[in-house]
Design a protein around this ligand. Structure first.
Ligand code: GDP
Ligand code: MG
Length: 426
């Protein structure tokens, strides 16, 4: 019996979904424990290609139960759409293999709207939100003014609570943003339409996971985004509104008493970032264009072109530390094959000094400049490699260079988006 967290070391989009889809066949349960449908976890397997937003990436694996924990925020409409898309592609989604915590939080249409209204107000100072209502709903949760999934099952209770919440929420919507108030009957109808479809999946997932763990089942916790977007330890305020760290997995899943056996950090062979904020290794112009095209760096959730750059040792070592990584999966190594020399940012320069520690002070991070070393490129297609010895020496050298610099063993090297395109290093 063992459990593990699959977490992002960088800014997100490292290929977490792809690794869960590969490794989760060794597990009985996959549980998402934070974030919402702002996630885009791409998996490519026998059913096709999907960008999963809320449903855990173990959904295509027979016998694996997929859970949305209490720490997750759920847009009912979006989740219904996701279930439908999967079912149409022949993937089984039933109350047997998919369960939703009665304590998970509902994202309402007004949360989505508030996200857009606030970004519009901020104009060029905007955060680059995915506009899924994530920050508004998490702030409401901590104001104790949200609805939990389980409340959908009791319409009278729901109506009473929603009426009082909406009265408060409309004060902001109307008086701060000058937008139109949301009507209780519309919100109740929305809950009825989509909530009734989701009702069969709602249960006490804490009890389910606790008992499963006691019975010796293997549980995988799938995180969204990466360490650098964590609300407490990320590049604040350019973070997400939730905790993206492995340490939160037991709490956000509903089994706070559980101790993690493993934390597998997913790390990209180069850097990419969606949204605003300091991004020390950022490339621009033709150089950025070449990497963005090679890596297909367009948001899975939003379609936005992602910012890209060379591998950042300083940020990744920090990310791996905060995630408590026991090993790493390095993804997208194949993307580097076009480069003659691969740039690796080994340190930052700040106020004329070389620093190797990721600045916790964002003012300093904004001024930090990258110091690069260049590793020999491998200049060949490695997407068919399946064993360490299949890799050309230069590619192996790059992996070893990064492994030593980050200070954590690289157990997996992913060389293509397809499930089987991965090398187990030891
Ligand atoms: P996630 O949010 O961490 O699950 O990652 P995303 O799915 O947003 O972004 C990763 C992208 O890279 C997706 O389009 C994947 O299909 C793709 N991908 C994952 N691993 C590899 C890899 O090793 N090589 C290549 N070329 N693409 C990969
Ligand atoms: Mg993604």
């Amino acid at each position: 019996m063992s459990n593990c967290a699959i977490v992002g070391i960088n800014w997100g989009d490292e290929g977490k979904g792809r690794m869960v889809d590969l490794i989760a066949s060794d597990y009985d349960i996959v549980c998402r424990y934070q974030g919402g449908n702002n996630a885009g976890h791409t998996i490519v397997n026998e059913y096709g290609k999907f960008a999963l937003h809320l449903i855990p990436s173990g959904i295509c694996l027979p016998g694996v139960v997929n859970v949305l924990g209490n720490g997750v925020v759920i847009d009912l409409e979006s989740l219904c759409g996701e279930i439908e898309t999967l079912q149409k592609a022949g993937v089984s989604v039933t109350p047997e293999n998919f369960k939703i915590s009665e304590r998970a939080t509902i994202v309402f249409p007004y949360h989505r709207a508030l996200d857009g209204l606030e970004e519009a107000r901020l104009k060029d100072k905007k955060y680059g939100s995915t506009l899924r209502g994530i920050a508004p709903v998490y702030s409401d949760k901590y104001q104790k003014k949200t609805i939990m999934m389980g409340e959908l099952l009791y319409p009278k209770y729901l109506e009473k609570r929603l009426a009082s919440i909406l009265e408060w929420k409309n004060l902001t919507i109307q008086n701060v943003y000058g937008a139109e108030a949301y009507k209780l009957e519309d919100m109740l109808a929305w809950c009825q339409e989509f909530g009734s479809k989701l009702a069969p999946y709602i249960c006490d997932t804490s009890k389910y996971l606790y008992e499963a763990e006691k019975a010796g089942k293997n549980i995988m916790f799938e995180a969204q985004l990466g360490a650098l977007r964590d609300i407490d330890f990320g590049i604040y305020p350019y973070t997400s509104a939730s905790t993206t760290l492995a340490a939160y997995a037991p709490i956000g899943s509903g089994v706070p008493q559980l101790k993690l056996d493993e934390s597998i950090g997913i790390m990209k062979a180069y850097s990419s970032c969606v949204g605003e904020g300091p991004f020390t290794c950022e490339m621009f112009g033709d150089e950025a264009h070449a990497l963005r095209e090679a890596g297909g760096e367009y948001g899975a959730a939003t379609g936005r072109p992602r910012r890209v750059g060379g591998f950042d040792v300083v940020a990744s070592r920090y990310g791996a530390m905060m995630q408590g990584c026991t090993c790493i999966a390095l993804t997208k190594l194949d993307v580097m094959s076009y480069m003659d020399k691969i740039p690796v940012c080994v340190a930052y320069e700040l106020d004329g000094k070389r620093i190797e520690n990721f600045p916790g002070n964002i003012e300093e991070l904004e001024r930090a400049k990258p110091i690069y070393e260049y590793v020999e490129g491998f200049k060949c297609d490695i997407s068919g490699c399946r064993k360490p010895e299949d890799l050309p020496k230069a590619a192996l050298d790059y992996v070893k260079f990064i492994e030593k610099a980050v200070g954590c063993p690289i157990k997996y090297v992913s060389v293509s988006a397809e499930r089987e395109g991965c090398i187990e290093m030891f």
